[in-house]
Write a protein that binds this ligand. Structure first.
Ligand SMILES: C[S@@+](CC[C@H](N)C(=O)[O-])C[C@H]1O[C@@H](n2cnc3c(N)ncnc32)[C@H](O)[C@@H]1O
Length: 397
């Protein structure tokens, strides 16, 4: 038996009843059913049945609606009924080693920002890696409900969206968030497409709508945004960390698109949001953008050259130096975990297990800050490190 507060996950999965409309169940903590609102299910055109699961007690009464398959909902029950939920003590959500904040010590305010609607602006100095905010989802919805071709949108999904909204205690807050699609699209669909993050819940790709985080604009200052969002599976929380020191009055921005890509790639991806970007990077002089693009393109070249069979070990060492230098200049701090993981694998491929382990350890350090410490990425690095450690100790013996 594992105390739920330390590890909510064991409650999830098999032991939790799969609640759907064939197995009607009244909310009952003793039966392991934490949902407080009536259940609503619909079979939509794209796939099997999805149901709306809602709890009005989640996150201090802000509530949550989950639009999911019964097996996904069963997977998060442990989080919903955790007797010591993370939302009660947001302080402990900061990654270990990072400065923590108290909820009443907010370092930002939400105000109009020219050309962008509302935005989040620092009210005091925020230090690098400080947790700026932690948010819990108002709605989590399965990705299948949001096909990229909007004409393929399952018509009956709107009923699920409506029910999910009706069962949220704070509907106004949800509906006040930015929308970009307009007429003809259900408001919940629009708010989610404009504001939600891609998250993985119980192995499924979902969209998570985090109201506080949704107030942040996309932005960059010739380098990635000043902040980075980090999802943790075990409590469904999304935290925003400062990737550099942020001065009072500065806007806090996060990245809506993958980091490290070029201007053309960014513009294409940002077009999904349908806004004319007015961030510092988008409005920077063309030479500055080109210089950044060239560095990013060179990083891709170096990455492939490092893995080329014809590359000698000495060249690999030189390329590694160049790659790390470029990542530093571009300030791709949140990507360093991935980069070091790649280096671990490349050096291992070259037969240098000692250096591979060094990069593996560094990779884990960064990955535990910028990604979910309980997620698949960190687990993969730990697995590789175990293998490397075993191999090195066998060699020594
Ligand atoms: C997640 S919301 C951000 C908060 C939003 N500004 C508000 O008023 O609630 C996303 C929307 O903000 C606006 N936005 C975000 N970043 C922007 C930028 N760099 N330039 C212009 N508009 C931006 C766009 O309208 C976009 O669809």
């Amino acid at each position: 038996w594992t105390p739920v507060s330390l590890s909510p996950q064991p409650l999830a999965g098999k032991c939790t009843p799969l609640v759907d409309d064939h197995t009607p169940a009244t909310p009952s903590a003793s039966k392991g059913i934490p949902w407080t609102q009536p259940l609503y299910c619909a079979t939509i055109e794209v796939a099997e049945k999805f149901c709306v699961y809602s709890s009005s007690t989640f996150n201090d009464g802000s509530g949550i609606s989950l639009i999911a398959k019964p097996e996904t909902a069963a997977g998060v029950v442990g989080v919903i009924q955790d007797p010591m939920p993370a939302w009660r003590s947001r302080r402990h959500i900061a990654p270990s080693g990072c400065p923590r904040i108290k909820l009443d010590d907010l370092s930002y305010t939400v105000i109009p920002v020219p050309g962008k609607g509302l935005g989040v602006v620092a009210t005091r100095r925020i230090t690098q890696l400080e947790t700026i905010m932690t948010s819990f989802p108002a709605i989590i919805a399965d990705n299948e409900l949001f096909p990229s071709d909007e004409d393929e949108r399952p018509a009956r999904a709107d009923r699920l969206f409506q029910r999910a909204l009706d069962q949220l205690p704070d509907q106004e807050r949800f509906l006040s968030l930015a929308r970009s699609k307009g007429e003809g699209v259900h408001p919940v669909d629009d708010v989610i497409r404009t504001n939600a993050f891609g998250i993985t819940v119980d192995g499924r790709d979902m969209k998570g709508l985090y109201p506080e985080i949704a107030e942040q604009n996309w932005g960059s200052r010739l380098t990635p945004s000043s902040a980075y969002s980090r999802f943790t599976t075990k409590d469904l929380a999304m935290s925003v960390l400062a990737t550099r020191d942020i001065e009072p009055g500065e806007e806090i921005t996060i990245s809506y698109v993958p980091l490290g890509i070029t201007t053309t790639q960014r513009t294409r991806k940002l077009s999904n949001w349908g806004f004319n970007c007015s961030c510092e990077l988008c409005s920077a002089p063309p030479e500055a953008r080109e210089a950044s693009d060239q560095r990013r393109e060179r990083m891709v070249e170096v990455y492939y050259a490092m893995q080329d069979e014809s590359t000698s070990y000495n060249t690999l060492v030189e390329l590694t130096r160049e790659f790390i230098k470029l990542a530093q200049v571009e300030r791709l701090l949140a990507k360093v975990g991935e980069y070091y993981q790649a280096l671990m694998r490349i050096y291992y491929g070259f037969g240098d297990a000692e250096t591979a382990r060094k990069y593996g350890q560094a990779s884990l350090k960064f990955a535990e800050i910028f990604s979910d410490p309980d997620g698949g990425f960190c687990a993969g690095i730990r697995r590789d490190l175990r293998q490397l450690n075993e191999e090195l100790s066998e060699r020594r013996n």
